[in-house]
Design a protein around this ligand. Structure first.
Ligand SMILES: NC(=O)c1ccc[n+]([C@@H]2O[C@H](COP(=O)([O-])OP(=O)(O)OC[C@H]3O[C@@H](n4cnc5c(N)ncnc54)[C@H](OP(=O)(O)O)[C@@H]3O)[C@@H](O)[C@H]2O)c1
Length: 313
């Protein structure tokens, strides 16, 4: 099968199209998917550079989010069934076929294409987790969403507005209109007024991290940290004691699924309700051919993209 293989830790330039990758076989509890759309995530960029924690060693078939049709199931799988369309995560998504755990596969909502369902878990559920169980957002509060034009960021802006928040989004200047069109009340270029946000969604790190910490209200403000796109930075006990009396909360969706399955089940129930209510809407990703995957990842790394990107095998 055709697939994109990462051959080094030198970045997207060493992501290569191969035509002879073996079609994987589903093991017990797994399904085999004929991939129709693979989601591109910032974590893919990090993996090409070997900076994603516990990521695979090159060479490996890249990608970990896909939607498509179930074409075979492993032993013990009762659902989904062959012929169903699902979206989910697993290794080797940038390929014509991939396997994923049956238990983690989510049905593509009826009336949606596979491509429109990309991002349901990695973007919408991540944003939901950051806002609700971890960020404890209440109506009327002010939320600062860093990288608001990105895949997770756009979902977060829509959700925060839905939950009655005042939303401030940050993004590169060329992306401000996108963030405004999602309903953000203010859009900024990675600056923020100190001490004004009840909740900060922080995925950027680097210089933006200090802005995020300063933006949170003293004593009650929460900062949910779920990404390091702009680089690793530190916060000290002295900071928290004397300078920034705030709540810093870490989020990794994979860890949440494994260690807090009850919270994940609540998030999935809320996601279904949001879909039914028309809050979570079909995605409109920018699509690339599988062969152009290296270009898509390079553009994401260079901050030249808005919203979700997908690869078509
Ligand atoms: N913890 C989890 O479970 C989890 C799950 C999903 C995603 N994430 C994280 O959430 C973040 C968003 O993921 P995504 O896939 O939706 O990506 P994305 O937001 O579509 O892309 C990253 C965006 O971050 C902004 N950015 C700011 N500084 C940057 C820098 N130095 N280098 C590159 N980009 C920079 C860019 O937007 P501007 O040009 O507007 O600045 C860029 O478009 C990532 O940090 C990702 O690792 C975490």
């Amino acid at each position: 099968m055709r697939a994109l293989r990462q051959d080094s830790a030198n970045g997207p330039e060493d992501l290569h199209l191969v035509a002879d990758a073996p079609v994987p076989a589903p093991r017990p509890g797994e399904i085999l998917l004929k991939v129709t759309a693979a989601g591109v995530n910032f974590a893919d960029v990090m993996q090409t550079r070997g900076t994603y924690e516990d990521g695979p060693e090159a060479p490996y078939i890249a990608g970990f989010e896909a939607a498509g049709e179930v074409v075979a199931v492993g032993d013990g799988v009762t659902a989904p069934a062959v012929g169903d369309h699902v979206v989910g995560t697993g290794g080797g998504a940038f390929a014509e076929y991939m396997v994923m755990r049956a238990a983690g596969a989510v049905p593509v909502p009826s009336g949606w294409s596979d491509e429109q369902a990309i991002g349901l878990i990695l973007n919408w559920v991540t944003a939901l987790a950051a806002l609700k169980p971890l960020g404890r957002l209440a109506p009327g509060e002010t939320v600062l969403v860093q990288a608001a034009a990105g895949g997770v960021g756009q979902a977060a802006v829509r959700l925060a507005k839905h939950y009655g928040a005042t939303v401030i989004g940050t993004a590169s200047p060329g992306k401000h209109d996108v963030v405004r069109s999602l309903g953000a009340d203010r859009v900024l270029d990675y600056g923020a007024d100190p001490g004004t946000a009840d909740l900060v969604l922080e995925s950027v790190g680097g210089a933006a991290f200090a802005v995020s910490l300063a933006a949170a209200k003293r004593v009650t403000g929460r900062v949910v940290v779920y990404g390091v796109a702009g680089g690793e930075v530190a916060i000290t006990n002295r900071d928290l004691n004397f300078r920034r009396q705030i709540h810093v909360i870490g989020l990794h969706l994979g860890v949440l699924i494994e260690h807090a399955p009850a919270i994940f089940a609540e998030l999935m129930a809320e996601l279904r309700a949001l879909i039914a209510a028309g809050v979570c809407v079909p995605g409109t990703p920018t699509a690339y051919d599988l062969a152009d995957g290296p270009k898509a990842l390079a553009e994401l790394e260079a901050r030249a993209t808005s919203g979700k990107l997908v690869l078509r095998p």
